[in-house]
Write a protein that binds this ligand. Structure first.
Ligand code: DC
Length: 223
């Protein structure tokens, strides 16, 4: 039996960064499920498929291939064999991803792929519905949170570092809109699993969050 750590929470809580560091420290395979929904969105946009076009979406999903690779600690996302690591992180994908992630056939395709990844390896998987829907029996469940202002501040800083032009107000609006769709959708909405441990990261540094998360996991590993 493999060991599964589920990390959920909204955008900008440091989930991605924290999960990556914790995975390296504790020798767990890091799975970023948001990258999978982002890849679906990129493919749809590149093929001019609207969220409402069911038949086109079905066809697109039939033969989609998404691979999450780790090249010596550098995460790489391959969509149909092509490297889309950078392309899935643009504001355009940010603005559209929640619309595609709320669609039943999209989630029905992604969820089994995610479960498969936890069958044979010890994983730390981050997303929105990992502790509630993908792995309701995960060994450890953690819910990371922060105020929307703090989350927007962090995402704004990340964008500037990557050379993406934007204003703080735009990022805050986009983050709040995305969160609204993610928390209110019908299927597998973002919410804290009842048995998840809640960590408020608003006033914590990345190192402090890493330490907290590691402590929680290590104590569960020892049980
Ligand atoms: O973690 P992220 O910001 O890269 O995720 C992008 C979007 O994908 C997020 O707004 C909602 C969706 N998502 C989801 O619905 N379920 C997941 N397990 C992960 C992400």
């Amino acid at each position: 039996m493999s060991f599964v750590v589920a990390i959920d929470g909204p955008a900008g809580t440091g989930k991605g960064t924290v999960t990556k560091i914790v995975a390296e420290k504790l020798n767990l395979v890091n799975v970023d499920t948001g990258a999978m929904y982002r890849s679906v969105t990129l493919k749809a946009l590149e093929n001019n498929i609207q969220p409402t076009e069911t038949e086109k979406k079905k066809k697109m999903l039939q033969d989609i291939s998404i691979e999450l690779k780790d090249n010596n600690g550098v995460k790489q996302v391959l969509l149909d064999g092509k490297d889309v690591t950078e392309k899935i992180r643009t504001p355009k994908i940010d603005q559209n991803v929640s619309k595609f992630a709320q669609i039943a056939i999209v989630r029905e395709k992604m969820t089994p792929l995610q479960r498969k990844m936890g069958e044979t390896q010890n994983i730390i998987m981050e997303g929105r519905d990992i502790g509630t829907a993908v792995f309701p029996d995960a060994d450890v469940k953690i819910y990371l949170d922060a105020t929307s202002e703090e989350r927007a501040k962090r995402r704004y800083k990340q964008n500037l570092e990557k050379g993406i032009k934007c204003t703080y107000e735009e990022v805050l609006k986009s983050i709040e809109e995305r969160n609204k769709i993610d928390t209110t959708r019908k299927i597998a909405p973002l919410k804290k699993a009842e048995d998840a441990i809640y960590v408020d990261t608003t006033n914590l540094s990345i190192d402090e969050v890493v330490e907290k998360v590691c402590d929680i996991i290590v104590s569960k590993m020892g049980e």
